[in-house]
Design a protein. Structure first.
Length: 133
């Protein structure tokens, strides 16, 4: 059991290293914004899992700026919800409301015919349950 956890951690660290490399614009090759957005989206998801919502939101926003597609919108929505909880806990209700509004907009933009529609609807449902006073 402990060996499995250590192996998973090593794999995540290796993946993170490669995602960070892929997220940077190449110096000597043609840029591929969709590939960079994918790497940034993975980094954002990892940061969400690590409990680092500010970094998650930053990575997700960068991903969306590179590639405005349903996957990047959903990642930014998830990151915005996590970051909203942090800023709300710090007494920044207006900032939390703005983040939740953005999360709603992003999640609502996911088309029904995509595989991401159900997770987006789940996220919207969880947002409806949150209040910011």
């Amino acid at each position: 059991q402990q060996s499995d956890a250590g192996d998973r951690l090593r794999k995540l660290q290796a993946a993170e290293y490669y995602w960070q490399m892929a997220a940077e614009p190449p110096r000597e090759a043609c840029d591929n914004p969709p590939a960079r957005a994918l790497a940034l989206g993975y980094l954002a998801s990892l940061r969400i899992e690590q409990g680092r919502p500010e970094e998650a939101y930053r990575f997700a926003a960068e991903a969306l700026a590179l590639c405005d597609e349903p996957p990047t919108r959903l990642v930014r929505a998830r990151a915005a919800v996590k970051q909203a909880a942090v800023v709300r806990a710090n007494g920044e209700d207006a900032a939390a409301r703005a983040l939740l509004d953005q999360a709603r907009e992003d999640a609502s933009s996911i088309p029904p015919q995509t595989d991401l529609y159900a997770p987006a609807q789940d996220l919207l449902h969880s947002i409806r349950g949150q209040t910011t006073n």
